[in-house]
Design a protein around this ligand. Sequence first.
Ligand code: CA
Length: 220
Amino acid sequence: MRILVIEDEPRILGFLQVGLEAEGFAVDGAVDGIDGYALARGESYELVILDLRLPRLDGLRVLEELRRCRPELPVLILSARSDLPTKLESFRLGATDYLSKPFSFDELVARVRVHLRHTSEDDASIVRVGGVELDLARRRVTVDGVTTHLSDREFRLLYHLVSHAGKIVSRERLLSEVWGYSFDPGSNVVDVCIRRLRKKLGPASPIETVRHAGYRLAVA
Ligand code: CA
């Protein structure tokens, strides 16, 4: 199991490398955002531990870029910033987990093991309906064998439709399940997201519009 630690503080990086290696992981380190991103992108790591305040490229930008090219790679944020807006922004950008400094090393290892278990159990987390296949661990979707990368929201919307395949799901239901109750029920975010989803799924898209009722995922 190979882990990449992107951390500019030499003392913390050294501590993490020694500690994680003692736990049986192979660990590489990077001391700035640009090098970290290049390594994470090019090498086959199973997990990345990412600091946020980094020289050359901020951790959140590294996360954002990584999500584009390696959407399945678990990224655990380890940062001195413990404010809620930063945490929420990290999760919005696709962080798998967030741990604030100062941190407990045992807790870090426990979380790393949980995320690695999820990636290695991906056979158990594949949902198929007709030609659509959702890989929940890697958050990847294939339609008739062709891979499509979806945003978090699109993925959750599709997952909700797939979970209720063959049944009509109302816009209100999708709005509350996927966006939460804070959204204005008069908003058209559901329709906009469905349109994007259909475009990404291509001509084989199994999403049907049921007039005045909502949407349905057709069962082939
Ligand atoms: Ca730092």
